[in-house]
Design a protein. Sequence first.
Length: 762
Amino acid sequence: MKKLFNYAFLSAIALTGATMFTACSSSEDSTASTEEQNPNFNPVTNEVLTKFVFSVSTGNQATTRQSSSATQATTSETFRGITNAALFTYKLTGDPTGDGKHLPAATTADKYIDLGSPVASATISNTNSHRVLEMSLPINTNTMLFYGKAPEGTASSAEATKGYSAYDLYGHLDAYTLAGGTGDDAGKDISAANFELGKRMTAANKTKYEEIKKLLGGVLTCIINTKIANGDHVALSAGTYGVDVATTDYPAVVNWYDYANNNNTSPVETTHELYPLEKKLADVYNALTTIQQSTGELRAGYGTAILHTIQDAWSVINSVKCATPFSKGEAVAKKMAELIHNEINTYFDGTVPVSGDNKGGAVSDVTFKAVNAMMTAFNADTAWPTATHPTVSSIESEDLTKFPMAYSVPSGAAHYDWKSETKTFEYVTDYSTASVGGAGGFTVDSYFYPAELLYFGNSPLRVSGTEHKEPTYPNGVDNWKTDASWTTDWVKDSHVVSTTRSVAMRNNINYGSALLKTTVGYKTLTLKDNNHAIQKAKDSSLADSDEPDKEITVNATSFQLVGLVIGGQYKKVGWDFTPKTSDNSQGYVYDKAIPEGAEAIPGTVNTASTPNYTLLFDNYKAGDVAQDVVYVALELRNNTGQDFYGKHNLIRNGDSFYLIGKLDPANYTSATTPVALPWSNLSQKSNDHPLPPYNADGTSKQVVRVFMQDFMTTANFWFGENSLHEALLTVPDLRHSSLTLGLSVDMNWSTGITFSDVILGQ
């Protein structure tokens, strides 16, 4: 999100009468004498014709927001304008009066005024910040609500080439509903207000997404269930397999998984431990199927991660396929490797060394076959292990290397599990999110676009019996909220009467959206991966000094920020831009429009990256309860030129991975010391701009949460020495399975001891 908060604050709204008369100090609505009444007062409708005037701060003036940590992102951008604007008027009552109050709860308005698009782009400046619209206001109006949003933007050709849509750049809402109601109250009942984050996955793309999941999971399943049976159960000749093997020398059915038995014994010679070639098959099988769901492992299932997994597995299989067996067990293992190779080659292309000096070497240049060919093969593949064989359709034209990112969701939206009961790989649909906050129930439909740039005003009024021309209004948001800036004919916290000529909202209009400012940097340039813990888990006998973590020296190109996945976002907010309390769900805002410059992490310590900005909804949690901790996942790409171990497994060079940051409103981090964050630290005066939610008297409840409308939350994330220990979204490590023992037979006798001049008989 690079264009969202680079604009000015809307500073104020004013209402001006059409003619000049002396102000009436009475609180009565229409009891003044005829000569004192405004000629634009309509006694039939009990409304006063006025001019609607609002003032916008373009950023070079002081703002209503808290100085350095909660101001607009930059001051150099052109104001985008305001559209879909509306005004709701209220006659609040109270003891002794409702004047000077803020609307505390959703209720039906006295009047709804559609303002349309009151300000065009670039029409507001510091010296000319007023715009005027005429309208009629009900007598006794003492509080108003204002809503609006920035016009939708467009992506440039360069941005589109990078894969960014206008929604990625400017945010998107699926719903922007201001009010409901029926009959005379139609369009006035703000309890029906609904602002809803835009779901990233469309119905059409969801259909494709599910079919691709089925295909990729099915392909992996068919490969892992390769077996020797039926026509493949044949006698093996020594000329090809190194050892003669009759069909009676090994079982009629040998499954790949038979090599991964708990006894570590050969499936061919059941009293013998696994031979080296058999051990390779067992290691690959175990690496592919051992996914630590209970500890939160996310096995990467996006397109390029699948290619890396297949390339690594195929390399090991090729080494077995091209080996020279030394036993019947190894000869059968070689036959099994041939069948696995054939199964892989049904769905993937690659450069497979089968002859010459590199015979049995690593496979390279692995790609998906044409999708229609993969579909045809899978739909007829008898290697499927269960009775019901799924059929894949409708994805012939899809590019699997861009799955699922082509559907505007992160790579982490595609990960898979192994179902040992059915021996199938299944892409996760309803998954636990313990690693990134939340208890579960999240699906690909839980990813949303960032919010749009929204405006909200809830304010009592200033009124005057004098018609004020545009230049007489205070200019700038600080002036607007300062009583001394207003001429003495203005009455603060009052209401509209028949003699009122000018009316102004007392408070500035502020953002209804929240903003997250994100930076990333290094606390050290030497990072350690998780090698020791991974190897220790495999072999508990390792000493603490054995298998140390790999040390990776990083620079400005080592890791690239690809996106942000921000948890704890409620899908819907209501009239006051706090989450609705019913028919609501949480999900992730995914921001992939990382601006140029913010993608790079500076290669010097304690140096933050260029900021990235993301528009969000307020995440207030209703009731007298602790506010939610929010987890932010940094989506990063490994450009170090080497593989390293993450939390559970391997992060391949070129692959994406995730690191999680925790934002706890109860432990706000100032420097290095976690401290409680009192409301007073936010520099937001209650009488200046009472932030929702409201008490019954219209004052702010002043609850600190991670994301608050009109506030910018700053999260400065840092790589520590051991941060890579927690890297998520990994692939299986198959590298150790590729190790080959080289044997050489020397046909020459070596020279031994030489005895010379041996005289017989002595």
